[in-house]
Ligand binder design. Structure first.
Ligand SMILES: [Zn+2]
Ligand SMILES: [Zn+2]
Length: 220
């Protein structure tokens, strides 16, 4: 399955799938614009600004009024209304049910974050995908033998622990202590992939922290 990552971190998230589906909308309008003429559906997982860029949404609604939005989050729905999205183009779905939206079928699954957040299962031209970010657990989801898994692998458990032990700044420690209750570790992502992938499945780790995954210097 074709996909193009325009952003995947706490600085901004947006993945274009098969030209027609956007997974989250957390990058600038300028960056996204070249892709928009073919887009039919935008899934927004939750209301955090790295997944929902208000200015970008406003421009999309104004310039591409037929694009549809899908979410399970009431916070996202509220923000879409504030940015003047036509309510007829906003689908607020119940999680656990499959919806046929024409060319594409979708199902939401519940995620564990500090605001209401959902994973997206989709099926397009007979191929299945799963997108799950910003969750401290994923073992509640079943997605056997999918073609593509786009799964958060935010931090390595040992590296996060090391950074916590060696942290001397209280604000920094507050942030580090929050990570394992709001984001998915590489280890948990791998357990999930091993349990669900089939012989022809592909996967991509997303929403990685350069600091807690790759041990790169913090930028701020
Ligand atoms: Zn995020
Ligand atoms: Zn978030």
């Amino acid at each position: 399955m074709r996909y193009n990552i325009l952003g995947s971190s706490s600085k901004g998230n947006l993945i274009v799938v098969e030209d027609i589906l956007l997974l989250d909308c957390g990058v600038s309008y300028r960056k996204l614009k070249p892709y928009l003429s073919k887009v039919k559906l935008i899934f927004i997982s939750h209301e955090h600004s790295d997944h929902l860029n208000k200015k970008t949404i406003k421009q999309i609604v104004y310039n591409y009024p037929t694009i549809k939005f899908v979410t399970g989050s009431s916070g996202v729905a509220k923000e879409l209304a504030l940015q003047k999205a036509n309510y007829k183009n906003v689908y607020i779905l119940d999680w656990g049910k499959t919806y046929d939206l024409g060319a594409i079928k979708v199902k939401l699954d519940y995620l564990y974050h500090d605001v209401e957040n959902y994973a997206l299962h989709w099926e397009y031209k007979g191929k299945k995908g799963l997108y799950a970010v910003d969750t401290c657990r994923i073992d509640q989801i079943e997605a056997k033998n999918y073609d593509l898994y786009l799964i958060e692998a935010n931090y390595k458990e040992e590296l996060l622990e090391y950074h916590k032990q060696n942290c001397t700044d209280d604000n920094e420690l507050f942030y580090l202590n929050r990570v394992d209750s709001t984001h998915l570790s590489w280890e948990k992502a791998n357990d999930f992939l091993i349990n669900n992938m089939g012989d022809n499945s592909e996967y991509q780790y997303i929403h990685q922290s350069n600091y807690n995954f790759k041990n790169e210097e913090k930028e701020n």
